[in-house]
Design a protein around this ligand. Structure first.
Ligand code: ADP
Length: 296
């Protein structure tokens, strides 16, 4: 089974002709509200593929929190680990201009109140989880507690997004660390001297994770471990909206690893899931079923 520990946000989206300057008001389109946040997205993506999935997260006792709980349950995610209250549900305020460029303000809200104590209180979720997947839209000390709570023999997968330097204890637990190009550069910091993803993979491995996956958008992905570095091809699709592609990729990879697939095999499957996700608008709405992945 897969346990996702992470964020749950309501994405509030308004289309605008142009962004307001300070002190100015502009009129926009009707408001669209979508369930989002990397943790919630990953849990829905895995469950839609058929994975038995639980989410450990925190939402507010408000309408946005109920929207997120409803979307998790509709996808078949076990929500016993979704805690309610303490702050308003996390929100991303998104304006989109006619050229498709986003401006986003995030209020972490309840995501920032998911504490190490919450992780300890959810200890019952860990023994039955072969794979535990986390991101960084929750406090870093909470992620550290997740690493310490892992059951013997289960596997930790981390997408360090938004990226920041990671403590050695967290890096050493990652199997794999999954990064896109931007995240790879931030995690490497000054060690990033090359433009070749193969070099980033070797440099990232030297920081301590047992394995590394670098996602390269339409160019597919790259997997690296003690056994070497390997390219994973992408699937040719007409990209409509890449929102959530990385979350779908990570969820699919984590699930396949839990079923016993090797890293390269799991990444090849995840690349097909990521490709399917970019053929449709939205994040959670765009995630494919296993049948849709097969027919790609
Ligand atoms: P993120 O969304 O985190 O930036 P990427 O853009 O690298 O991550 O996308 C994650 C994965 O989704 C890629 O490794 C690839 O397998 C798949 N993917 C993303 N964009 C495309 C695309 N335009 N065509 C085919 N596959 C894609």
């Amino acid at each position: 089974d897969l346990l996702v520990v992470g964020s749950a946000n309501a994405d509030l989206v308004i289309g605008v002709e142009r962004r307001p300057a300070a002190g100015e008001t502009v009129l926009g389109s009707d408001l669209a509200v979508h369930p989002g946040g990397k943790g919630a997205n990953q849990a829905v993506a895995a469950a839609r593929l058929g994975a038995r999935t639980a989410l450990l997260a925190r939402v507010g006792d408000d309408a946005n929190g109920r929207l997120l709980l409803d979307s998790q349950r509709a996808a078949g995610v076990d929500t016993v680990g979704v805690l309610v209250g303490g702050a308003p549900t996390g929100v991303a305020l998104i304006t989109v201009d006619p050229s498709g460029d986003n401006s986003i303000v995030v209020s972490p809200g309840a995501n920032g109140r998911l504490t190490p104590a919450d992780v300890r209180a959810a200890a019952g979720l860990f023994p039955c989880s072969r794979v535990v997947s986390a991101q960084l839209e929750i406090p870093l000390e909470t992620v550290v507690e997740v690493v310490r709570s892992m059951a013997e023999g289960s596997r930790f997968v981390l997408n360090p997004s938004p990226p920041r330097p990671l403590p050695a204890e967290v890096l050493a637990a990652c199997d794999p660390l999954i990064v896109n190009e931007h995240e790879a550069k931030v995690v490497l910091g000054e060690a990033c001297v090359s433009e070749r993803p193969e070099d980033w993979a070797r440099l990232l491995l030297a920081k301590g994770p047992r394995s590394v996956v670098i996602t390269l958008g339409a160019r597919g992905a790259l997997v690296a471990s003690a056994e070497g570095v390997e390219r994973v091809p992408s699937t040719k699709v007409d990209a409509v909206d890449t929102t959530g592609a990385g979350d779908a990729f990570t969820a699919a990879l984590a699930w396949r690893l839990g079923t016993g697939s090797g890293l390269a095999e799991a990444a090849a499957y995840a690349a097909r899931v990521g490709a399917a996700a970019v053929t449709r608008e939205g994040a959670q709405e765009s995630f494919p079923t296993a049948e849709e992945v097969e027919s790609l």
